[in-house]
Write a protein that binds this ligand. Structure first.
Ligand code: BES
Ligand code: ZN
Length: 444
C-alpha cells in the first residue's frame, strides 16, 4: 500500500464518478466540484464554485501580489463514461494501484495532472516560494464540448486576466519523455440519420424494391474516403495549412515511431493518408472518423427485416485553418450529393472546437521547454497531438494569452478506454514540473 498522502488524495479524487455525459451523475459532478473547492481552500487559496447553465466551474486564487505575474492553470474534473465496465481489471471508480500506476477513470484525463498542479502550488505557498499569482480554472464539461465555459470566460474576463496559461491534459511522446504539445486538432461532430420506409418491413416481401437505410448508411460512410485514405469531401482540404519544414523535422526526430504507435494501439500495422508518418497523420492532418453506427436487428440469431432507419455518428478532427461550421456544411452537402435513392437524410450537429497552435519559440514556449528540460533532464520533444481541447482558442480570443500544454499522461494511459491509468511517477514529476514552469514563467 502506498502511504504517500498525496497519492491517497488522488485516489479519493478519482473515486468520485464525475461523468459529465450521463445525467445520473449530476450529483457526483457537484460533489467533485465541492471536493476541489475544499482542497484548494485547505492549501490557502481563495476558492469557490460558480454555477453555469451546465456543470459548475471551480475557481481558486492564491493571495494576489500585484508585483508578480499571474498564471492561469486550466483543467477539467469531468471524466468520460466508464463503459464497457466488464473490460476493466478493477472497477473504474475504485482506483487501484498496480505496478506503480493508479488505475481508474479520470486518473490521467485529467484528475492526476490537475491535482499535481494544485499540490505543487500548495507546496510552494507553504514554503513561501510561489513566484507568481496563480488562478485555477477547473471545469466540469470538457469531455462534452465545454459548452458553457466560453461565456464564463467572457463574464469573468477581468478576474481571469493573466500573463500565461498552463495546462497538463495531453500525452507524452514516449514514457518518461518531456513533451511540449504545441498543437492540438480541432473537432466537429455530427450524427446522420437515414430514414427509409414508414416502418420496419419484411425483407422478403419488400427487399429489392425498397431502399434499405442500413445499406444506404454504409454507402455514405464508404463515400467519405478515397482509395488513398484521403477525405473525399469536396473542399475539405481547402483551408489546410501544409506542415512547415521544421515541423516535419521535429516529427522525424521524435522518439515516437510508427512501430510504437502500432504497438500501443494493438494493431499489426498503421493505416492512413499516404505520404505522412503516423505522428504527422495524428497531429497535423485532418480526418473523418465514424464513432458509431447502427440500424436493423442487433439481437440473437437472424431476423429478415428491412429496417426503417439507420444512423451513424462522425467526428472530424481539424487542423489550421479549418473551421468546424464550414466543415459540417461541406459534409452535409457531400452526403446529400451521395444520398442513394429512396432514403431521406437528417443531420444533427454536435459540438465543435477550433484547432490550436502555439509558437514553440515564443517567450512562453521557450519558458515551458526550459522547465521541462530542468525536471526531466532531457530536451523536450515538440509534438502536435491529435486530441482536442476546444476552449484553447477561446482563451486566446478572450484572455489574449496562449496556452502551454505540458504533457504528463503516459502513452499507454488508455484515456477514454477501460483500464485508464496514471503512473505515480508522473504524478510526482507533475508536482515538480508545476513549480519549475511557474518559476520560468515568472522570468518571462
Ligand atoms: N485530454 C483530452 C485531449 C487530448 C487527448 C489532447 C489526447 C491531446 C492528446 C481531452 O480530455 C479530450 O478528450 N477532449 C475531447 C474533446 C471533445 C469531447 C470535444 C477529444 O479530444 O475527443
Ligand atoms: Zn478526455
Amino acid at each position: 500500500m502506498n502511504t504517500d498522502p498525496r497519492v491517497q488524495e488522488l485516489l479519493e479524487f478519482v473515486a468520485i464518478p464525475s461523468v459529465s455525459a450521463q445525467a445520473a451523475h449530476a450529483v457526483d459532478m457537484g460533489r467533485c466540484a465541492d471536493w476541489l473547492v475544499e482542497k484548494l481552500r485547505s492549501l490557502g487559496l481563495d476558492a469557490r464554485r460558480e454555477e453555469t447553465a451546465g456543470n459548475a466551474v471551480v475557481v481558486g486564487k492564491t493571495p494576489r501580489d500585484p508585483a508578480k505575474k499571474t498564471v492561469l492553470i486550466y483543467g477539467h474534473y469531468d471524466v468520460q463514461p466508464p463503459e464497457p465496465l466488464e473490460l476493466w481489471t478493477t472497477p473504474p471508480f475504485e482506483p487501484t494501484i498496480r505496478e506503480g500506476r493508479i488505475f481508474g477513470r479520470g486518473s490521467s484525463d485529467n484528475k492526476g495532472q490537475i491535482l499535481a498542479h494544485i499540490l505543487g502550488v500548495g507546496e510552494a505557498l507553504a514554503e513561501g516560494t510561489l513566484p507568481v499569482n496563480v488562478i485555477f480554472l477547473i471545469e466540469g464539461e470538457e469531455e462534452i464540448g465545454s459548452k458553457h465555459l466560453a461565456g464564463f470566460l467572457e463574464k469573468h474576463r477581468a478576474e481571469l486576466a493573466c500573463d500565461a496559461i498552463a495546462i497538463s491534459d495531453t500525452g507524452m511522446a514516449v514514457d518518461g519523455y518531456p513533451t511540449l504539445s504545441y498543437g492540438l486538432r480541432g473537432i466537429a461532430t455530427m450524427e446522420v440519420r437515414v430514414h427509409g420506409p414508414a416502418q420496419d418491413l419484411h425483407s422478403g416481401i419488400y427487399g429489392g424494391a425498397v431502399a434499405n437505410p442500413a445499406t444506404a448508411a454504409a454507402r455514405l460512410i464508404a463515400s467519405l474516403h478515397d482509395t488513398e485514405s484521403r477525405v473525399a469531401i469536396e473542399g475539405f482540404y481547402d483551408q489546410v495549412k501544409p506542415l512547415a519544414e521544421w515541423e516535419r523535422q521535429a516529427a522525424a526526430e521524435s522518439p515516437l515511431t510508427d512501430a510504437d504507435i502500432a504497438r500501443e494501439a494493438g494493431v499489426e500495422e498503421l493505416a492512413g493518408e499516404a505520404g505522412y508518418s503516423g505522428m504527422e497523420r495524428i497531429g497535423a492532418r485532418p480526418t473523418a472518423e465514424i464513432n458509431g453506427l447502427g440500424g436493423g436487428y442487433q439481437g440473437e440469431g437472424s431476423k429478415t427485416v428491412l429496417p426503417a432507419h439507420a444512423f451513424f455518428k462522425i467526428s472530424f478532427r481539424l487542423v489550421p485553418d479549418q473551421k468546424p461550421d464550414k466543415i459540417l456544411a461541406l459534409a452535409r452537402r457531400h452526403f446529400e450529393k451521395h444520398r442513394p435513392r429512396g432514403v431521406r437524410l437528417e443531420f444533427i450537429d454536435g459540438h465543435g472546437g477550433e484547432p490550436f497552435m502555439l509558437d514553440p519559440i515564443s517567450p512562453e514556449g521557450l519558458a515551458a521547454r526550459r522547465a521541462l528540460e530542468k525536471v526531466f533532464g532531457k530536451k523536450p520533444a515538440l509534438m502536435r497531438e491529435g486530441g482536442s481541447i476546444p476552449i484553447l482558442t477561446d482563451f486566446q480570443r478572450v484572455l489574449g494569452r496562449p496556452a502551454l500544454l505540458l504533457a504528463l499522461a503516459s502513452p499507454d494511459a488508455k484515456a477514454h478506454a477501460p483500464d485508464e491509468n496514471f503512473p505515480i511517477e508522473n504524478f510526482l514529476l507533475g508536482i515538480r514540473l508545476n513549480k519549475a514552469v511557474l518559476e520560468e514563467l515568472a522570468k518571462v
